[in-house]
Structure formats: C-alpha cells, structure tokens
Ligand binder design. Structure first.
Ligand SMILES: Nc1ncnc2c1ncn2[C@@H]1O[C@H](COP(=O)(O)OP(=O)(O)OP(=O)(O)O)[C@@H](O)[C@H]1O
Ligand SMILES: [Mg+2]
Length: 242
C-alpha cells in the first residue's frame, strides 16, 4: 500500500508540558483513520503539526516519502494544497460570500479561468448541499452550514488528504449525518483522511482504522473490529464511554 503520511517518533512540548512523547503512525492512500483520545491528549496539536501549523520538537513527518517537518513557509503552503486542514468552525472569511470562500483557494493557487473556477465551485457546493446558499455571507449561516462550507473549501484544490478536526462537534443529529455523508462521499472519490472526533459511533462508521492517543503516544492502532473486540481494559472503558 502507498504511504501518504508517515509520522516517526514525533515529540512536542509546550514549556514543560510534554504533549507528544514519540508518536508513530502511517496513513495509507485511500484510507480514513479515526484519531481518538480524551480531551487534552493532543489530537488537535497533532493535526496542526502535520502541516507545519505547530513546530515539533523532534521526530520526522513524511508526505509521500518527502520529509516535510523542516520546510519553510512557502513550501508548507504547497504541502497544504495536498494535505488540507479543515478547521473546527470552518474558519470562513467573514466579509465574502459562501461562493467566494470556496473560490478563494482556486484563485490563490491555480491558473484556472474565472469560468472554470465557477463551475468547480458549483460542483463542490453541490456535493455539500450548499448551492442555494452560495450568495449568503458566513454570518447568515447556521453552524452546520458553516462547517459544510469549510469542508467544501478544504477540498477545492483536490487535496490527497483531508484532516478533519471534530467536523461534527456541536451539530444536531441531522447535520451530523449530513457531514458524515459528505465525508463518505469524499472517501468514495479517493480522498484519504484523518478524522479527529469524540464521536466513536461516527468514527466506526467512516473509518477503516482507529488510533487512540494516550499519554503522548499512540496507545492503539487497529481495525474497528479489533477495537471493539479488544480485551485491554483502557480500550474497553474507552469504547463504552459513548
Ligand atoms: N499554543 C499552546 N500553548 C500551550 N499549550 C497548548 C497550546 N496548544 C495546545 N496546548 C496544550 O496541549 C494539550 C493538547 O491540546 P489539544 O488541543 O491538541 O488537545 P485535544 O486532544 O485536541 O483536546 P480536545 O479533544 O479537547 O479538542 C493541552 O494540554 C493544551 O492545553
Ligand atoms: Mg482538539
């Protein structure tokens, strides 16, 4: 299997507080992995570290066998077109419309004509069920709609990997299902992903493999089945903590 991301012995401290003390895992092409762990275990810091939004202390991060943890900002910008981070709240630009938010990365990073950009944006908005809201401003959207636009924007440049930080948190059940179906659709289209969540049932639905972060390390890395059937006391209490 093709390795997309490989993380080796990653460590990260904030002052004296060690968040990661040797994290190892690999993301293979076509898979979506769930990254679970109690609050404060460093899931968000780990996602941000993968694309250089946090500086790591030691260890190595590879994207397609190229080391990326020591890159400078202009090269990181390139990496982020391939490994796309979708912010928890969508992180939309407030002063431009839904359409313009999704079009923005295409104007910024591609040489597509205005017509081509328009058709691409409309296609993606269709995928997240937001065509009718295209002219609205972010402040006019519900939380669920903002997340969907954020997801649309994060996939505009056809990245290979989508990093989802709690994409369903704070949503009502209908919107949770909508976001999960969007993620499933992305998956069908060949995108790989890392799904950070506290929603274990959702992770089981979407993910091929689950990772659990505990005490600065990957405590568990295995298939959903192995997670469910584990006899490890921590995993058992974790999986039944829903
Ligand atoms: N910029 C920062 N400066 C200092 N400490 C930080 C910073 N960012 C994160 N931390 C600390 O790192 C630890 C891990 O934080 P992180 O946000 O990654 O946790 P998390 O697993 O995503 O938690 P949650 O499930 O609640 O989102 C926490 O103890 C947090 O306080
Ligand atoms: Mg977090």
């Amino acid at each position: 299997m093709e390795k997309l991301l490989e993380i080796k012995n990653l460590t990260k401290k904030f002052d004296e507080k060690e968040v990661h003390s040797g994290v190892n895992f690999t993301l293979f092409k076509g898979e979506t992995i769930g990254l679970l762990g109690n609050s404060g275990t460093g899931k968000s810091v780990l996602l941000r570290s993968l694309i250089g939004l946090e500086e790591i202390d030691s260890g190595e991060i590879y994207y397609r066998h190229h080391r990326i943890d020591q890159l400078k900002e202009p090269e990181l910008v390139q990496v982020r077109t391939k490994v796309s981070y979708s912010f928890q709240n969508g992180a939309l630009f407030d002063s431009i419309s839904v359409f313009e938010n999704v079009a923005y990365p295409l104007f910024e990073h591609t040489k597509l004509s205005e017509k081509e950009i328009e058709s691409k944006v409309m296609e993606i908005l269709g995928l997240v069920n937001m065509v009718e809201a295209k002219d609205l401003m972010p402040s006019d959207l519900s939380g669920g709609m903002q997340k969907r636009v954020g997801l649309a924007r994060s996939m505009a440049l056809n990245p290979e990997v989508l990093l989802y930080d709690e994409p369903t948190a704070g949503l009502d059940p209908v919107n949770v299902e909508l976001v999960l179906s969007i993620m499933n659709e992305f998956k069908k289209r060949g995108f790989s992903g890392i799904f950070v969540t506290h929603d274990i049932p959702a992770a089981k639905k979407i993910c091929d493999r689950l990772l659990i972060l505990k005490d600065g390390k990957i405590y568990f890395d295995g298939k959903v089945n192995d997670f469910e059937n584990s006899s490890d006391p921590f995993i058992k209490s974790f999986s039944s903590s829903v």
